[in-house]
Design a protein around this ligand. Structure first.
Ligand code: ACO
Length: 351
């Protein structure tokens, strides 16, 4: 039987490394608070002018090189992001052009933190259906557009003015969210290969009832016009989040989905060799690990160095785990994620 296999992986980050201490120059926060509550120690932000599609292109080039595949062999693009360069069109077509791919189909996925898992499921289905032979799956985000400050030069330590007291108070209003996110991209080259190795299956779910627990209230066609000066003035273009509710959902839904998928596949949870979960908060992932009874050596986390990069977290973590020798032929990898929507789920891969 043929299964979807990973031929190569690649990653890219924003140009500027920003440590927690630097964020404390902009708002009332501290390295201690951010580390204790989320595990994040640093994140990357892009230089002005770098967009999500650019990070996607950089990650894709690295993945193609890793796979030993030429760009002309790619015959389908699936691009997951919640921070597209433009309201429309999506990033898939922009990447097709910037990377110089043939005029192949390019699809956008917008399932936020579960975007990569949904993208992987769709990619697997396209490959299995014979609609694609060599597929490029990308997850990339530039979250810095959500950030409520203008003094980027000051943040990056290259001059500029510190925020005024009023600006600092404004920025501090959003501190529970802004400190968590970073800009980065990850990409996979996928192809069907005969044998037992490859993607084994998925359990994905959606429940829109509590969408307001994590959403962007404005910049949407539920209102007319879809964005107003008042929206920008009151910060309605910045995600609103009920952190406690998201946390609770994540620590219950992710282990649940993994257990269900393992059961369906006749695999015991203890057979999982490596858990690569969405990186939203290290405390969430520690709780998921505990719920599944997995030892530390079976879990890969890197939120400490990147923050939450939404659709990019899983491909980046998978890439780093591969390069660290933690994903060998035959390794059973479990993926899990939960995010805005709510959407959540799990996937299993026999590497
Ligand atoms: N620095 C310092 N203090 C802060 C900060 C900060 N950055 N942010 C909040 N605080 C303060 C709060 O104001 C509050 O102060 P108070 O007690 O005086 O009122 C205190 O810290 C505690 O705040 P809580 O919100 O209760 O903190 P909590 O322990 O819940 O942690 C967090 C907040 C980290 C956001 C947590 O709830 C969480 O991780 N939730 C899940 C987030 C998540 O997974 N999001 C997914 C987003 S990705 C996507 O799908 C787009």
């Amino acid at each position: 039987m043929a299964r979807t296999c990973i031929l190569g992986t690649g990653i890219a980050t924003g140009e500027h490394l920003v440590k927690n201490e630097q964020l404390a120059k902009m708002m009332d926060t501290s390295d201690e608070w951010i580390r204790e509550r989320s595990g994040v120690e640093q994140r990357y932000y892009v230089e002005t002018g770098t967009a999500t599609s650019d990070l996607g292109v950089r990650a894709a080039k690295a993945a193609l090189e890793d796979a030993g595949v030429t760009k002309d062999e790619i015959d389908y693009v699936v691009f997951a992001t919640m921070t597209p360069d433009y309201y429309f069109p999506g990033c898939g077509g922009l990447l097709q052009h910037k990377l110089g791919l043939r005029t192949i189909p390019s699809l956008d996925i917008r399932q936020q933190c579960t975007g990569f898992l949904y993208g992987l499921q769709v990619s697997d289905a396209l490959l299995q259906a014979g609609q694609a032979r060599t597929l490029l799956l990308v997850g990339a985000e530039v979250h810095s557009g959500f950030m409520p400050w203008t003094s980027w030069d000051y943040l990056f330590g290259r001059g500029g003015e510190p925020p005024s007291a009023a600006e600092r108070a404004w920025i501090t209003r959003f501190r529970d969210r802004t400190v968590l996110f970073g800009d980065a991209g990850g990409a996979l080259v996928l192809r069907l290969q005969e044998g037992d190795r490859g993607v084994l299956g998925f359990k994905l779910y959606s429940d829109g009832e509590s969408f307001r627990d994590l959403y962007v209230p404005s910049v949407g066609f539920a209102q007319r016009p879809y964005v107003t000066p008042e929206d920008l003035g009151s910060g309605r273009h910045i995600p609103e989040m009920n952190g406690r509710s998201v946390f609770k959902m994540a620590v219950t839904r992710m282990p649940e989905a993994i257990r269900e998928l393992c059961k369906e596949k006749g695999i015991s949870v203890s057979e999982i060799d490596l858990l690569v979960a969405h990186q939203a908060n290290l405390r969430i992932n520690e709780a998921v690990q505990k719920a599944l009874g997995l030892p530390d050596e079976k879990v890969f986390n890197n939120i400490q160095r990147y923050g939450n990069t939404t659709a990019a977290t899983i491909p980046i973590a998978l890439h780093e785990a591969r390069k660290a020798g933690r994903v060998k032929p035959g390794t059973l990898v479990a993926f899990a994620g939960l995010g805005s929507g709510f959407h959540w789920g799990a996937a299993l891969l026999r590497a």
